[in-house]
Design a binder for this molecule. Sequence first.
Ligand code: WQD
Length: 337
Amino acid sequence: MAVILLTGGAGYVGSHACVALAAAGHSPVLFDDFSNAREDVPDRLARLTGAPVPCYRGDVRDPAALGRVLAAQNPDAVMHFAALKAVGESMDRPLDYMAVNIAGLVTLLGAMEAAGLRRLVYSSSATVYGVPDVTPTPESAPRRAVNPYGFTKIKGEEILEQLAASDPRWAVGVLRYFNPAGAHESAMIGEDPSGRPNNLVPLIARVAAGQLRRLEVFGDDYSTPDGTGVRDYIHVMDLAEGHRLSVERLLAGAPGHVLNLGTGRGHSVLEVLAAYGRAVGRELPYRVVPRRPGDVPVYCADPARAEAELGFRARRDLDEICRSSWAWVRGQAARRA
Ligand code: WQD
């Protein structure tokens, strides 16, 4: 089994990938600056995996910190989660997004090269498709930057393409996430953003927990069945399994890949709200407000290539996403009581 370094490993997707890797017998190592993760995540992960999870505090823009962890742990591969990832925020902080998401990636690649390590799984995003012409969207769809976050993810993919083309020793798995949501079945880890959430499901969770009066639905005049935005919500543990399959392909010597990680099924905002209400046991209040700038009507994955190349298929549905999210949120309230 392999030692896998997870940059941003204490964060939402990273922590769930840590559990999936450990469950398969791998040895995850975390590297995180804790700018968007709770300090006690490594302890919770140790309890969940049944073994200590080494954790190094650091910034991906710090080559010395990266060099130290690579020398100390000698990993077989890296999963790169450490990034800023909210479209709306990226409109306000484009330079921060370029510094962390692009300069941070280049710094990591330099540290890996210096350590003779050239296997990487890269967190990309459906946002690289901009406003897709075709939904469900295949990996062959053109990439279009329609916001600074999407721009940084496209540049990251292009840097990795150039690197692999110039040096075939590099093996890179690019995984384009659609909309991660939900929580581990233990309710010990979950989506726990610092400050006000950007994403739909944790905001609905706040309404359910009584921390928000109601959900604001950003527009109901889209060309969708009920007029509200449609997205491909993938359970974070399905996403974590996709990462395990991707890194195991690279470890087995396979060439790199670029794959969508989604379910292929779209759900509207109102459908998600109704599903969350079923998990909570009551209808949740909302009101319709104007559209959010930068939003697109529909994002939905064509998941065929991930199934063909990795044998990946999302197994959990929207109701499981909402049930697991609600169990996590209630568990948090109990821990804080
Ligand atoms: C989902 C839907 C909103 C909040 C984001 C990131 C993207 C990716 C996935 C990392 C949309 C609607 C939302 C609210 C609402 N992350 N909504 N009221 O924008 O699809 O993508 O997460 O890769 O980069 O930007 O997700 O959860 O913000 O929105 O009506 O209070 O919910 O309009 O239709 P999005 P989201």
